[in-house]
Design a binder for this molecule. Sequence first.
Ligand code: FAD
Length: 657
Amino acid sequence: MKIGVYICHCGTNIAATVDVNEVTKFAKNLSGVAISRDYVYMCSDPGQELIKKDILNAKLDRVVVASCSPRMHEVTFRGACEEVGLNGYCMEMANIREQCSWVHSDKEKATEKAKELVASAVAKASLLQPLEPMRVGVTPSALIIGGGIAGIQCALDIADAGFQVYLVEREPSVGGHMAQLDKTFPTLDCSACILTPKMADVARHKNIELVTYADVENVEGYIGNLKVVVRKKVRYVDEEKCTGCGYCAKVCPVTISNEFDMGLGTRKAAYIPFPQAVPLAYTLERAKCMGCALCEVVCEVGAINFEDDDEEIELEVGAIVVATGYDLFDPSLEPNYGYEYDRVITGLEFERLCNASGPTKGGIEINGKEPKDVVFISCVGSREKDVEGGKGNECCSRVCCMYIAKQAHLVKEQIPDANVTVFYTDVQAFGKGFEEFYWRVKEEGVNYIRRELKDEIKVEKKENGRLKVKTVREGRPIEKEADLVVLATGIVPRRDVSDLVRKLKITQSGDKFFLEAHPKLRPMDTLTDGIFITGCCQSPKDIPDSVAQASAAASRVCSILSQDYIEVEPIIAEVKEELCIGCGSCKEVCPFGAIELKEEERQFEEIVLRTRKSYVTPALCKGCGACIPECPVSAMTQKHFTSAQIEAMLRGVGVTA
Ligand SMILES: Cc1cc2nc3c(=O)[nH]c(=O)nc-3n(C[C@H](O)[C@H](O)[C@H](O)COP(=O)(O)OP(=O)(O)OC[C@H]3O[C@@H](n4cnc5c(N)ncnc54)[C@H](O)[C@@H]3O)c2cc1C
């Protein structure tokens, strides 16, 4: 066995804390090592060339690269080996950056640790076996879950590339939160004017099948071959027949609170969420309907059907994009904001107030009167790390500073003599044109008052019905009277997010948004191959960033769908059939549903013996290793991480296995 060892400086990332020369010399004397070298950036082109030349000239058959985490560059170094004919799985990495130089400051001890990590990797390398990636066919279609702006953009891009797309939206119409907005910062474009043409495009596109008022029930399979069950909830109105004339709503005697208008307006039990809804088909909310059937009488096309039922649809797709967006922080969780008072509203409620299709036809009014003193409060439920009793996010919601500026501008535009005050903690105006817009709003006379996040802010109701906002500025108490208080509530993960996590087998980060495979290099991938995330379900973001990420996710999906087959990792679990007793413990712990129990019949003279054995579906196994320690008879093993290889690694770091 001829092993080459390559120690990376990673600029000064490793070299400042680890004596790279000493580790290189140490590696030279390890058993099986033929060559040991160091280089400033091993991942760079010249660095990879070093490795390739040695494989060819010195006939290396195993390679160890001691550098960063394998999550960063394992694929890079495997590729370099393969280019010169060495199987990529004959390369092992020692992580001397994240697991050593970045977490230690004592150079001597860090160098000793780096040596042990290298010795351990070399010990494993001598036992590595070549592996071949498996090939699986690809169904050339995609499922997008969520029809907000991110889902819409992603669906259009994939469909434009010629692939079939199923866009599943839970509500009766696509559009998401953007459909509720009035104007959009910083350019003040009308939200509906830029969104509704895209909604119409989605409905018209020959490659897009829109499935609204529907939920994903079940997902099985693996990249390229995913089987999805969608439950389309019953509308009691035939989508195909409904012309959107609205007679059913006109005659409906049941009036209820309109959730699209955030409870500020009303709708009927037969309704469309908003006039530009796509599809333009009514829905009958049977739980609220009193069964008078007047709607059925007036419907000229016979679209009402009280006998209708939920429909189950089965889809086969090659990839899935999750674009389920966000919920808003519930300000009643922090009573100091006075959300119980009718003059205290959220930013999204404000959007409906000043929207021409909203409950006041665009008039900014409260209890029928224009407010003269308006106060905005920022960071409600955002950046709450050090806020006593805070129940919101630690992170910044990224859109509130700018939507406050936009809404403050809209107040001044409609009510020029209004006094507008913004109690802010910091103004994060980071995007293109944001800083300029913020200054424009200040110049229009909006009064910005800074408070510390830790200082409490309290909204009280006065006897005359007006409000008083009390807080602290530069250590001194300050009060402002108001007719209207607008709370800039932060963006939080969807409340039912764990349901999709379970069905799609994807993960969440600490803040409960969906976790990306790599925050910088793979921000729209998940750790489950073939499943992507985009828009606010990954983290708070504005419309331009949601659209950009959606197009990026679409291009990742197209790169899968455009192939006849794709290669999947061969590092998977394997059953030693002769040892397996068919107890099923491995199947129970497998989080990916990759293990099945198969019955076998064997004939011994007169007797038929029925046995059960575990079977791993290679494309479903993610190589997590959970099944290995569960097996009571050591019948499960994992390619590339066999017991012998792990024991060798332990011996390498001086631990006797
Ligand atoms: C008050 C306010 C004002 C704002 N103003 C601006 C602005 O002026 N400019 C700007 O750039 N940004 C603004 N934003 C931010 C903007 O709303 C978001 O950037 C944008 O809506 C993100 O789109 P999305 O598609 O990721 O999510 P969403 O708009 O939330 O859409 C997600 C969609 O997924 C659907 N869905 C959810 N769960 C499921 C499920 N399980 N199955 C199927 N479908 C599901 C939802 O019904 C929804 O249709 C504002 C935000 C707020 C709160």
